[in-house]
Write a protein that binds this ligand. Sequence first.
Ligand code: GTP
Ligand code: MG
Length: 320
Amino acid sequence: MGAMSVATQSSEEPAEAVHRAGFACFVGRPNAGKSTLTNALVGQKVAITSNRPQTTRHTVRGIVHRPEAQLILVDTPGLHKPRTLLGERLNDVVRATWAEVDVIGFCLPADQKLGPGDRFIAKELAGIKRTPKVAIVTKTDLVDSKALAEQLIAIDQLGRELGITWAEIVPVSATAGQQVDLLADLLIPLLPEGPALYPEGDLTDEPEQVMVAELIREAALEGVRDELPHSIAVVVEEMLPREDRPADKPLLDIHANVFIERPSQKGIIIGPKGKRLKDVGIKSRKQIEALLGTPVFLDLHVKVAKDWQRDPKQLRRLGF
Ligand SMILES: Nc1nc2c(ncn2[C@@H]2O[C@H](COP(=O)(O)OP(=O)(O)OP(=O)(O)O)[C@@H](O)[C@H]2O)c(=O)[nH]1
Ligand SMILES: [Mg+2]
């Protein structure tokens, strides 16, 4: 690998053997389907997803390998009207990301009319002149062809109104696997020429400890409502192979803290007789074992980090 053979070309064939590599970010409102789409393109879960808004809290890179290109996707938190310091920080992350990528993929769900939240993002994108923008209509499996056509027209009009020239407008369904490969085909020509930036086979550069914490948070998000999803943060304190285990029976001890914001939330997370927390542990442990390829003993503790979403010191401690 690496060394490129010089192809003998007949005169009528164009010399198109360039390799491209670069970054495309996905931006959009919370819940637009950015992380699900990232995972579908990568072919493996690199970012957690949920039906609660503001699931993603940091940029997650997912890498798509092709013989002719390396497409690095940067999944971002949903851009929203911030109500907390955390919200402000997340929006800052999004803006810093779209300023430095090669292509911006603006995700708009097919099943919801364009709203003020989408317009707000589009207006900001209009100010970034030099980066190509691709409008991605997500969740097309949820609508019929008429509704989809209307959405495509609305997005085209939004672009005209704000002076954005969409490089492409692409409808996709990440869950039904519709047009996902096509999206990659359309993003790749918008990347600069260059060699691969990540080793072959790498699907993400997320540290294991972070992925483990995210899998626990994903399990904890399931079935909680209202403000609680926003209040949950997970930190893996320690991951250590259990000592004095036979070589063929390893066990990885993982100690993690599940933080909430108020003592009153503790009961909900733990559940009656600890059942909820236990379920969260079982569910996430299976995924962690699959990710790391080793049996795991998962030790979860619920702790209160008072009003952490608004407290700069707590935010720092939780990695924001
Ligand atoms: N039917 C359908 N549902 C989808 C599709 N893509 C995502 N979803 C669902 O939409 C919800 C939100 O998906 P996410 O990928 O977490 O959305 P997100 O844009 O990353 O959200 P934030 O991280 O909060 O900004 C989840 O319940 C997904 O299962 C799709 O193609 N079809
Ligand atoms: Mg997300």
